[in-house]
Design a protein around this ligand. Sequence first.
Ligand code: ATP
Length: 347
Amino acid sequence: MKKIFELDNLSKEFDGQVVLKGIHLDVYENEFMTLLGPSGCGKTTTLRIMAGFEEPSEGKVLFDGIDIAGVPPYKREVNTVFQKYALFPNMNVYDNIAFGLKIKKTAAPVIKEKVTRMLELVNLAGYEERNIRQLSGGQQQRVAIARALVNEPKVLLLDEPLGALDLKLRKTMQIELKSIQKEVGITFVYVTHDQEEALTMSDTIVVMNDGIIQQIGSPTDIYNEPENRFVAQFIGESNIIEGTFVKDFLVAFDNVEFECVDKGFEDGQDVDIVLRPEDIKILPSGEGRISGVVTSIIFKGVHYEIIVKTDIREYKIHTTAYYEPGLEVDLDLTPDDIHVMEPMGTY
Ligand code: ATP
């Protein structure tokens, strides 16, 4: 795969406040990459540096292997879609999408062909003459995406483009955006603070916090093998437990030794252990290695969220079966359910 963007040791300071701290990131052709993290972690700043709206305080941005420091946004082979659609309200849908091509003095028949294709791509065929004000939020955002894609950028940068839409429309648009990206084969770099959105759409997720990349990986890597407590907590709900790495493939917590699939930590070192709520098995009392009592059960739509209290802690568990509060149960885990990480404070 060909590398298209390379961010090399990027740092950014605003008025003495360091908001990016040594970002290294490679973006590949045809990749759907998502920058994910809490508000203020530096996602937008990273995107704006890629777009050319900001210059880094330190470090380099390479595009196709060439340093693009100082190249203004309109000369970069990238386009940006913002949360606020920034469409021209006085123009119809066709003219909004055609705008960039007209500026480039593209021939009218070519413009017509390209705009028509884009309208089909974003599911708005037949909307050419519509005024922007007559469109819903979702339709406006589709026009914004079509307007960016019609210029055939090598990379499309999207900054929380679905942020203003309601939940149902967001979900539909997530699927549509992913299929548009596949169809056009353009690299997408997508910014969101919504972990579910990132997991649904991305080939690669970059988890950021406080100006630092915490982990880069596929959605399944990030979900199943979080590298640290921040990632584990940010991506889905987790039980995070302090334990001991006994030796390769064996950890201990809550006075029990469990086989695991992890290796390579120091024998006897402190570790954090992530247990996903859907991975913990509830068994009849006497049949598992951890004993406790069900203290609460809440229906969450597709599963129940159950709290089981042991002598040492509370475990949060997701299950489709109902357990009466007060019931004594046992819990157990298979090696695959246990994810070992460096303890907090060491990353
Ligand atoms: P959000 O999801 O809220 O947009 P983010 O992760 O995209 O957050 P950034 O917008 O990159 O975060 O901001 C990172 C930090 O940099 C924040 O503390 C923000 O206040 C600060 N910041 C961003 N742009 C500027 C600016 N032009 N001048 C001063 N500070 C800025």
